[in-house]
Design a protein around this ligand. Structure first.
Ligand code: GLU
Length: 334
């Protein structure tokens, strides 16, 4: 009899244990934020958002604050960048992504690279830091402006990255194709600095927030690289022709050895999602960032200038997701 009771209770124990395991697994919902290369700012942005969300969730789980009923678990892996992220959101693989304002515009409107693949369900959440489009050149290559890239070895970026797309738009505006360069490479943002420092390439194009550790490395390694000016009527034409571009300056002294301002054009980094993602999740993500704003801003020096009132409108061409609107209205931001 005793034996039966013992085995019965151990069976019950196993049953309860597995039940509680499934309860835990079911109550946590996993979601993904697509970012960029591991040495860029998008990777930090995605992970900062996860951190803010988990922070709010922990407060809720520990009963310190009224919080979320459901536990959301966020991951922000490194990816190929803007257009890759938007594609993954469209495919339902990612729930959020960081993307340049120009690619947000093109995806939702079905223009440029997104022609014939319009993603009308793309939704905006908020914008983040400025991303000047930068061409970094090694000192010995003596490249002063876009014309100086003629006959050089240039990294145009991996397909799927925002900089690859923006570089192609710039080349179109300049009236050149790949044959303008000696050769082109398709290195990712985390590979290109080493290639420049090793003298394997003369320059690379990159849209990224500043200050940025990887660019400081390009400035201080054997290449002694710096960002060139991208100005003139063609660049002005790009800025005048589109709301998602603006003039951008990387002030002198941002990087070691940078004696002059670098004047160029730029975009905004934005956080996007899909109309198919639940109002609750988008609301919670938005709220977690906005209500832990000082902490969020500390997560990267490129966030230093962020202001909530600009983040809910600048660089956003897709409609705001209803979950974000719900929070902005509740917080009196709208
Ligand atoms: N702007 C780049 C892109 O969209 C990524 C920059 C970063 O990783 O910070 O691909």
């Amino acid at each position: 009899m005793k034996k039966i009771i013992t085995s019965l209770s151990s069976a019950l124990l196993i049953l309860f244990a597995s039940l509680s395991l499934t309860t835990v697994a079911k109550s946590a919902e996993f979601f993904t934020i697509g970012t960029g290369g591991p040495t860029g700012v998008y990777f930090q942005t995605g992970n900062a958002i996860c951190k803010m969300l988990h922070k709010s969730a922990i407060s809720a789980e520990h009963g310190r604050k009224k919080g979320t009923a459901k536990a959301y678990r966020c991951t922000a892996p490194s990816t190929g960048g803007s257009n890759y992220n938007i594609g993954q959101i469209a495919a339902g693989e990612f729930q959020f992504g960081v993307a340049q304002s120009d690619w947000q515009y093109h995806a939702v409107n079905g223009s440029s690279k997104w022609e014939g693949k319009q993603f009308s369900n793309l939704r905006a959440v908020f914008s983040v830091h400025n991303e000047p489009f930068q061409i970094w050149a090694r000192k010995k290559a003596k490249i002063k402006d876009f014309a100086g890239l003629k006959g050089k070895v240039v990294n145009i970026g991996n397909p799927g990255s925002g900089q690859r797309g923006t570089m192609e738009e710039l080349m179109k505006a300049m009236g050149v194709d790949n044959s303008f360069f000696k050769s082109t490479t398709e290195l990712t943002s985390s590979e290109q600095v080493k290639a420049l420092c090793d003298g394997k390439i003369d320059a690379f194009g990159y849209s990224v927030g500043f200050p940025n550790g990887a660019m400081e490395q390009a400035a201080t390694c054997a290449a002694k690289a710096s960002p060139i000016n991208l100005t003139g009527s063609e660049v002005q034409g790009l800025i005048d022709g589109a709301d998602y571009y603006a003039q951008a300056v990387i002030p002198k002294g941002t990087y070691t050895g940078q004696k002059k301002d670098a004047t160029t054009f730029g975009v905004k980094a934005t956080v996007v999602t899909s109309a198919d993602v639940s109002e609750e999740l988008v609301y919670l993500v938005t709220k977690a960032v906005m209500e832990n704003f000082d902490d969020f801003k500390k997560q990267h020096p490129a966030f230093g200038f962020l202001e909530k009132k600009n983040m809910i409108k600048d660089g956003l061409s897709a409609p705001l997701h209803p979950g974000a609107i719900k929070y902005y209205k509740e917080a009196g931001l709208m």
